[in-house]
Design a binder for this molecule. Sequence first.
Ligand SMILES: Cc1cc2nc3c(=O)[nH]c(=O)nc-3n(C[C@H](O)[C@H](O)[C@H](O)COP(=O)(O)O)c2cc1C
Length: 251
Amino acid sequence: MAKFAVITYSTYGHVTALAQEIAKGVESEGAKAHVFRVPETLPQEVLEKLHAPEKPADIPVIKPEDLVEYDGYIFGFPTRFGNIPAQISAFFDSTGGLWATGGLYQKPVSFFVSTGSGGGKETTVRSTLSFVAHHGLIYIPLGYGKVFDKLTNVSAVHGSSPWGVGTIAGSDGSRSPTESELKTAYIQGSEFAKVASKLAAPATAKSEPVAEQPAAETTQEASDVKKTAETEVKNAPPPAKTEKSGCCVIV
Ligand SMILES: Cc1cc2nc3c(=O)[nH]c(=O)nc-3n(C[C@H](O)[C@H](O)[C@H](O)COP(=O)(O)O)c2cc1C
């Protein structure tokens, strides 16, 4: 059974609420989902000044080395000026050892967000792409395919984009995720699990037995292609005169 980690940072709980729905969506596809949080980097006295509630006791803190135990990752975080929060950035930085050994190479990853007003919901996810590229992770966006009605519904406020599900917390954090946002989170989880579980399957299960084919050179088609190519080379015009300039050849 494929096993996925839903990895969050949340100051006020909006991201946590989406994470629970994403995990349910993952499990609806027969995969396992474990919800984690990254280490907090703010001192307790600052968190108190921010009126941040206690972290949920049932969500364990993830360590970078735990990542290798999972077949893929769905990261969720609130935006900070259209960017990822420092807590997520610090966690990404702590994966340097895994980068060096290719520990996350070609594992699937997806993202989701919470924003106060919606400003920065797309750039926040986009700012993770260097992390994705350097690890060789495979990015699975939400897209429009299964949530077209929800993403294009302009009569209801929502915090999602094709980059990932999102919620809008309100400028004072008083808005809770709506039913539609929670449903979108569930769908992102289930759609991610469908694709990511295939990538997680053992190599032997992935490769279908292939019927034996005659060698390409012996088929009539291959011989015709070869003849056409030879004729094209024979009839080709002489190469154009070139003028060398710096590093490049200008024809
Ligand atoms: C320093 C800082 C920067 C923020 N920048 C943005 C922003 O660019 N756009 C926005 O809509 N909300 C912004 N917010 C609001 C947070 O995104 C909001 O508190 C968060 O989505 C709530 O999610 P949480 O309950 O999971 O922590 C910012 C909050 C802080 C503290």
